[in-house]
Design a binder for this molecule. Sequence first.
Ligand code: COA
Length: 192
Amino acid sequence: MGGTLPGGWGYRRATPADVDALDAIYGHAVHTSTATFDITAPPADYWLARIRSAEPGDHVVVAHRDDADGPVLGFAYSGAFRPRPAYQFTRETSIYLAPEVTGRGLGGALYPALLDLLRADGMHLAVAVVAGPNAASHALHRRAGFQEVGTLREVGRKFDRWVDTTWYQLRLPDAGQVDARPSMGMNPEIRS
Ligand SMILES: CC(C)(COP(=O)(O)OP(=O)(O)OC[C@H]1O[C@@H](n2cnc3c(N)ncnc32)[C@H](O)[C@@H]1OP(=O)(O)O)[C@@H](O)C(=O)NCCC(=O)NCCS
């Protein structure tokens, strides 16, 4: 999996060798913005676990310069939405770029590559949470086809202020793929 993106970029699956780059990119957002509600950077094995996850719908895709060995300057990833079995066809998605490459179309080009992987895995819904005033992320999600479903007011507190989160969802089969997975045996005991 991998390919080229407009603007002299490429993308590929992340490998364990990318952990430092992911740490640096995400760490910058942790320390400077409300885009993430983390207030300290997660341990290195956090990204390693995501990269190594074999669960369908779990992916980390990196954007790199020019050839596949070029520096990684952004990544998009997906993982479990909530840890209950009936959510198995839903994935939470997110994306982070290094500050020096934002606003040039890279995020808008990389995100669909992640969404295609989710479709290929038979995932049904992508959910994204956009925190605070983040015009680029709101625009990116709308452009990728996500629909806004609601806002939680003052649900987070970071940098001594309350932060809202706006929730987005994308029905992945709506982009043309047939939603043909077998029906699940739903257990009425499963909590939402
Ligand atoms: C959010 C992010 C991934 C967007 O990627 P990007 O490459 O900067 O965005 P793009 O250049 O592809 O533009 C995507 C859309 O956002 C708009 N946009 C980009 N920067 C913007 C800005 N500063 N203000 C307003 N809109 C902006 C673009 O016009 C475009 O909208 P359109 O498709 O309707 O024309 C990137 O800015 C980023 O990593 N930000 C920091 C981390 C973050 O906020 N992650 C999201 C967590 S939910």
